[in-house]
Design a protein around this ligand. Structure first.
Ligand code: FES
Ligand code: FE2
Length: 272
């Protein structure tokens, strides 16, 4: 599947009266590879950016980019197209009419990435340019804040050296329960994975802290209904079986969890 626009990778393919309302520049503190992953990842939009996107449904996607519906009636959509080795363009449409064209250039800066975003809109009156520019700059500051935090966390998880031991003493049961009751997370590492202790129907159980999808945080989870949910793409997992129960197309499961046993008042975690 390719982009449905003619000449989508060129500037202003619909030949509109296009006005540039602002330019936004920023150094993002992750390498370029993390940023490209994020650009092609349409699935995080309604979860990580939940205050900006309230409806996102995939229409088509591929190495060219992606196209998502912005409403259930499929009258509005957003399309992101890779335009060159270092740039991409996102266009929004309402009822078949293009309402924005946003060009982003990414420049490799070693451990970080320089981002430049140029916002264009069709048929904008001169007196509205400044205000619209401020709105877009403020929106993109928030989106890149959210993306940068996610990318940094993923980058850290990909490169951290986790403990490989198969067993460890976690401490007294009473102390662990009172920490959990106070809202504190109790985490530990075994076999290069990280776990947290959770109380599920009175029982202490170990649950992974790292989402098997793209390493999002399963920390400080709500275990009601026996499910854990990741805030990055909204995947939900059944704690008991480890299976992903949402979305249907997901092909990942929680990793094996250690047993928690009581010995002389202490909780001991052990991989079987
Ligand atoms: S990282 Fe994607 S749902 Fe967790
Ligand atoms: Fe994003």
């Amino acid at each position: 599947m390719t982009a449905n626009q003619h000449h989508a990778e060129t500037f202003n393919p619909n030949a509109l009266t296009m006005v540039q309302v602002a330019t936004y520049e920023r150094l993002i503190q992750v390498p370029l590879v993390r940023v490209w992953e994020n650009v092609l990842d349409w699935e995080h939009l309604p979860y990580l950016h939940d205050t900006t996107f309230n409806y996102v449904e995939l229409d088509a996607g591929g190495q060219w980019g992606w196209r998502t519906w912005s409403n259930a009636d499929h009258t509005d959509h957003v399309e992101l197209t890779l335009a060159s080795a270092d740039s991409y363009v996102a266009r929004s449409y309402q009822a078949g009419h293009q309402i924005s064209e946003i060009w982003t250039t990414l420049t490799d800066a070693g451990d970080s990435t320089q981002v430049q975003v140029r916002f264009f809109m069709p048929n904008i009156e001169e007196k509205k340019i400044e205000k619209l520019g401020q709105v877009m700059t403020s929106l993109y500051t928030q989106l890149w804040d959210e993306d940068e935090a996610m990318m940094q966390q993923r980058h850290k998880r990909l490169h951290e050296d986790r403990d490989n031991r198969p067993e460890r003493i976690l401490g007294e049961e009473e102390g662990i329960r009172s920490k959990l009751a106070g809202g504190d997370a109790v985490t530990f590492q075994l076999r290069r994975r990280e776990y947290q202790i959770a109380e599920v129907e009175g029982r202490l159980v170990a649950i992974p802290t790292i989402c098997p999808h793209l390493m999002g945080p399963l920390l400080a989870i709500d275990t009601k209904g026996g499910l854990v949910r990741c805030p990055w793409h909204g995947y939900q997992f059944d704690i008991e079986s480890g299976k992903c129960v949402f979305p249907e197309h997901a092909d990942c499961t929680l990793p094996a969890t250690p047993e928690l046993n009581l010995s002389n008042g202490n909780i001991i975690a052990r991989m079987s």
